[in-house]
Design a protein around this ligand. Sequence first.
Ligand code: NAD
Length: 494
Amino acid sequence: MSTPVWSEVRASMTLERDLFVDGAFVPAASGERFATVDPATGDVLAEVARGADEDVDRAVAAARRSFEAGHWSRADPAERKRVLLAVADLVDAHRDELALMESLDGGKLVRDTHAWDVPGTAAILRWYAEAVDKVYGEVAPTGRSSLALVTREPLGVVGAVVPWNYPLEMAMWKLAPALAAGCSVVLKPAEQTPLSALAFARLCAEAGLPDGVLNVVTGFGAEAGRAIGLHEDVDAVAFTGSTEVGKLFLGYSAQSNLKQVWPECGGKSANLVFADAGDLAAVAARAAAGVFFCTGQVCSANSRLLVQRPVVDELLDLVRREAEALRVGDPLDERTDLGPLVSLEQRTRVLGHVDAARATSRLVTGGGVPAGLPEQGAYVQPTIFADVSPTDPLWAEEVFGPVLAVTPFDTEEEAVELANRSRYGLAASVFTDDLRRAHRVSDALVAGTVTVNGVDAIDVTVPFGGFKQSGYGRDLSLHALDKYTGLKTRWFHL
Ligand code: NAD
């Protein structure tokens, strides 16, 4: 397939700017708007409706009405499948503009959004659409004098609050299983990246999703996000974002209606490289991809590299060369490897972590802003610190930027202990050629996903989520359907 001409796609692209409530685009009740900015240039892309309490009330009411009307929640699974497959086809048909929108709004490389994010979104939708008419209930073994049917019922109104690093895909991790299960949803995209969620809502309407089943309220976390968390008529919140905000949602639930909350939060994933890992150049390429992909704004990024002492110098040098070879620049240029961070605020945060780390660790490369790029672009150099101790802030804190912390270890036991010394437990990687070691270490690591001889393995077929303060929500796989359904038992005395 030939690469689209992005200037032409941009010229024909429609940006929705209003909230999507009950099947229509409407301004916020307050009439207020906020700017969403292209982080590569600092240019304002659109002034988007600033939703708050009243708008969330309206969206939740529409979701509740649609849920109770039953056009979706009680529709045959095969009918929900038909509509969701039609939405997926429309996502594919609008691939170019969605990919460009995602790149402009979040600074993501357009080659990635076009190759992965948008097709991945359609694939997730199709997978859940195809799954939903294959989920069976149970007949409980109660004895012959009674019959007990156990069924999975759609849960009700779900609030989905998502981050900016994969705006469309993160939303789809929630929306696809929730909609397939028959729930109605109020989605709040991150304030940095509201555009693709609104475009997706338009496609849902076009595909025939009944009004009120999907509502999108754009706005700020402390306003629209908080209002969803505190709402008395939201049955569950599926959240992806930082651990701090995940904790707030648990508090909102406690202060309101005890809604279920599934937090999918941050990470500080360890990558353990043993001296028997084999081809170190190949390991270095993967280690670099593991931390620098998407400019480090990946929750499962392998931001801690633990290397067995005999190979630490060689591997560090190879990873440094990988980092220095990365081309930082315009996300619309197909040759770019590293685009900007999502915003200048995020860059200030990342550089703050870097400056703090200078006092305790050895800067190997990067550490600043690359030259020759737009001044208002949120660019930062791929950065590596060596000799990072487990007592350093850089060991503990999620940077969410292209910053790698490298630490040597001597024994397998020490490596596992160091890797597990974290408040997070989202993901980990192990590089070794020893099968027994691979089994032992992957078993001992406290992480939701452990990848052996690779980084960041994710697929719709397997659950994704963490342990400890990475949260306990699990997205993807058939297990995700459990979150959006409640078990119901019906007894028949015979
Ligand atoms: P964030 O927690 O700041 O924001 C996430 C969402 O919560 C946004 O929609 C935001 O508007 C909303 N929000 C913010 N403050 C709020 C408040 N006071 N009340 C209610 N809602 C509020 O996170 P972010 O900066 O957008 O994303 C980065 C974080 O997301 C990182 O910690 C990263 O690890 C995490 N993340 C986790 C996963 C995962 O699957 N575990 C995936 C992607 C990102």
